[in-house]
Design a protein around this ligand. Structure first.
Ligand SMILES: [Zn+2]
Ligand SMILES: [Zn+2]
Length: 369
């Protein structure tokens, strides 16, 4: 096929209630300072399910889903290097920070120093319109825009290791950093999805003595035990919130946990989690990625008298991805992230991957074009 007329396969998501569309589009060419990857694998996560239901605001459909990805550098337009200045050659196995467009010049960036809240921030596979390029991983190629930060996967880390963590890896890392988990702490994680499981891992690496995971279904709780949780509670077996809080209090001398990480996505988890928190403890909300509605809490008992610190945690910065990947490289034998990948799908079966993720019948799924 002549240069310029080559086409590649991609999946388009058109919005709520509409089936995925399989298309062939012209192969992307790198812009100056940019690159093109040949996709090795892309994650399927809860975000993709939210996207397919239209539960995120400001999504410029149609999009190519797939925000966390691994690929090989196929072509670049100018030399590529990592953040330490090392050259990234053609053929290197890489991932990349899936955020672009952060301006570094607005009030959020410069005054609040909250780059994940920069209004110009765009995310591959989520807020990147298909009209602007191949900016998602459910495709045979991925366009790396100029300025997007590539990371070469460390020795011994393949696509299935890295994507076994997926977006939950830097998100869980960020939540633990935000919660200030310290040596000897007892940590409760509400939610046993990828963010919760990675939070359980990074809590231990931060020095937590004891980690408890509350969630469902059973397969995910078994993964939590394998990853070092001291005990797990199945929310489908213990259905009353007060019984779940009592379960934590029984294990913490009646005091509650030093840090509780909410990674469940259910608004009702927040007052429940505050009941599990010790006086002067820290509570991190990272699971409420979409607007699940309002919930009542008791400001006197849950916050003021408890002397609680409550922290939100939105997205992750390059720093979290970079450090989390290095930690994965060092601790890959102990935590076996690749075992979290429970199924792989070819591009043609992306719809099925989405449906399986929605039913939670997989912990982590991959698309391999
Ligand atoms: Zn900005
Ligand atoms: Zn994700």
């Amino acid at each position: 096929m002549a240069q310029g007329s080559e086409t590649v396969r991609a999946v388009l998501m058109h919005g709520p209630g509409r089936p995925l569309e399989h298309v062939r589009i012209p192969a992307p060419r790198p812009r100056p300072g940019g690159a093109v990857l040949e996709t090795v694998a892309s994650e399927v996560c809860g975000t993709d399910v939210h996207l397919s239901h239209g539960r995120l605001s400001g999504v410029p459909y149609p999009i190519i889903p797939g925000h966390v990805n691994v690929g090989r550098v196929l072509e670049s337009n100018g030399p590529l290097s990592d953040i330490e200045g090392r050259a990234i050659p053609t053929g290197a196995l890489v991932t990349f920070y899936d955020v672009y467009g952060i301006c570094g010049a607005c009030w959020h960036c410069l005054v609040a120093r909250a780059a994940t809240r920069c209004p110009h921030r765009r995310v591959y596979g989520i807020t990147a319109p298909a009209s602007e390029g191949m900016l998602g991983g459910w495709a045979e190629r991925i366009e790396i825009l100029p300025g997007v930060k590539l990371l070469v996967l460390p020795e011994g880390i393949g696509a299935e290791n890295f994507l076994g963590g997926g977006c939950g890896l830097p998100t869980g890392f960020h939540a633990i950093e935000r919660g200030g988990v310290a040596m000897g702490d007892t940590v409760v994680v509400q939610g046993s999805g990828p963010v919760g499981l990675n939070a359980a891992i990074f809590a231990q690496l931060s020095g937590a003595l004891r980690v408890f995971v509350i969630g469902a279904p059973r397969a995910r709780l078994e993964a939590a035990l394998r990853l070092g949780a001291e005990d797990v509670l199945d929310v489908t077996a213990v259905t009353r919130p007060q019984d779940r809080a009592a379960w934590v209090l029984e294990r913490t001398s009646g005091r509650g946990a030093d840090v509780v990480i909410e990674a469940s996505g259910n608004p009702a988890a927040v007052p429940e989690g505050l009941e599990m928190l010790r006086d002067a403890g820290r509570y991190v909300v990272v699971g409420q990625y979409t607007d699940g509605g309002d919930v009542a809490l008791n400001p006197h008992r849950h916050v003021n008298r408890k002397h609680a610190t409550i922290l939100g945690c939105w997205g992750y910065e390059f720093s979290h991805l970079h450090r989390a990947l290095r930690m994965m490289s060092k601790h890959r034998e102990r935590f076996g992230w690749r075992e979290l990948v429970t199924r792989e799908y070819p591009l043609a079966r992306a719809q099925e991957a989405l449906e399986d993720m929605e039913r939670l019948s997989v912990v982590k799924a991959l698309i391999r074009p």
